[in-house]
Design a protein around this ligand. Structure first.
Ligand code: HEC
Ligand code: HEC
Length: 317
């Protein structure tokens, strides 16, 4: 982890270098969708929506990652297979393929690893792979589709692969900000452009950067104040990356979340504690930057964040 001061400096340096081409700037446009065998993507879509993936057949991936709630959940904490809340807020599956790691604490390296974990997680789907593979292989239409798409038909690895391939296609395209980065500078209003400027100059961009406007580094939650003491009721999940590495410097450290579609993925933070975008931005100012912004700056930044909402299947998320 780089020291914050360095990152902020880097962010400011990058954004002040006005000669830098948009592609080399701190925020990059959404990439084109990868070319993947349609049959595998379709299998992944079916599995993603299939409650047979959970122990008692009560929930599918889509129960928590609601595609009509921008791939996230509208609850602070989703309900798992046993109807009890999970430990952390459900992030969006849209653009998750662009994150450098998966999960708030980054414990999964790939989407395939992530799928492996969630199926077995007692608080999420609560199942085991041999049962899942048996169930899927027992369905003639799945069996046929897997045989067509993979040389070795229904296997755990192929189920993980199909889910991951489907997720790789879940990119939210045509956000107004992406169109702006592509050169359509008139597409943002003056206020939205000021918002983008504030986002850079206050140093939000030191952490929320790259192609996913986040998702490419770990940072402490509470750099300039103790968020957890102020919130109360500390949980194990609050330890973040410390739970993975056991390193003292990783206490309360999380993957910086992507801000793509953030205007439509409330509630916010790993603890799902914040219901509004304005509130989330205020928390960031206080605990990550140690600043008290004017109401106007907060509102301009929120306007900018709203330009990050993309489309899926021709409709805004
Ligand atoms: C019970 C609700 C629930 C179900 C069901 C569920 N998820 Fe999740 N998902 C979560 C939560 C909560 C997290 C965050 C967990 C963490 O970070 O520790 C998450 C994280 C993820 C992530 C990582 C995103 C990121 O930005 O880090 C992906 C990808 C994902 N889930 C895909 C899936 C897939 C595929 C399935 C089905 C096989 C699935 N999920 C089923 C709740 C759920
Ligand atoms: C030092 C790094 C850092 C800086 C600077 C920073 N953030 Fe964050 N941001 C994070 C981390 C880490 C989280 C995740 C916190 C958690 O929930 O554990 C986060 C979460 C968020 C969220 C919630 C996203 C979600 O889906 O839950 C928003 C919105 C946000 N930041 C906006 C901003 C804005 C706007 C600024 C500038 C005013 C900013 N951030 C500055 C690191 C940073």
């Amino acid at each position: 982890m780089l020291p914050l001061a360095l990152l902020v400096a880097a962010g400011l340096l990058l954004t002040n270098g006005s000669e830098a081409a948009p592609l080399e700037g701190p925020l990059q446009p959404l990439p084109k969708p990868p070319v993947i065998d349609d049959r595998r993507v379709e299998l992944g879509r079916l599995l993603f929506n299939d409650p047979r993936m959970s122990a008692n057949g009560s929930i599918s991936c889509a129960s928590c990652h609601k595609l009509d709630h921008a791939g996230a959940d509208d609850k602070s904490l989703s309900l798992g297979v046993d109807g009890k809340p999970v430990e952390v807020n459900t992030p969006s599956v849209f653009n998750a393929s662009l994150n450098f790691r998966q999960f708030w604490d980054g414990r999964a390296e790939t989407l395939e690893d992530q799928a492996h974990t969630v199926v077995q997680s007692p608080t999420e789907m609560g199942g085991n792979w041999s049962t899942v593979v048996q169930r899927i292989a027992a369905d003639p239409s799945y069996r046929k589709a897997f045989t067509d798409a993979y040389p070795d038909a229904v296997t755990q690895k192929n189920i993980q692969g199909a889910l991951a391939d489907y997720e790789r296609t879940l990119l939210s395209t045509k956000s107004r900000f992406d169109q702006y980065l592509a050169g359509d500078t008139d597409i943002l209003t003056t206020e939205e452009k000021y918002g983008y400027e504030r986002f850079q100059n206050y140093g939000c961009i030191a952490c929320h950067q790259g192609v996913n406007i986040g998702g490419n580094m770990f940072q402490k939650f509470g750099v300039l104040g103790d968020y957890f003491a102020a919130r109360g009721n500390p949980t194990k999940a609050d330890l973040g990356r410390f739970n993975v590495t056991g390193e003292e410097e990783d206490r309360n450290v999380f993957k910086v979340p992507s801000l793509r579609n953030v205007a439509v993925t409330a509630p916010y933070f790993h603890d799902g504690s914040e219901q509004t975008l304005e509130g989330a931005v205020a928390v960031m100012f206080k605990y990550q930057l140690g600043r008290i912004p004017s109401e106007e700056d907060t509102s301009l930044i929120v306007k900018f964040l709203k330009t990050l909402t993309g489309e899926w299947e021709g409709k805004p998320l």
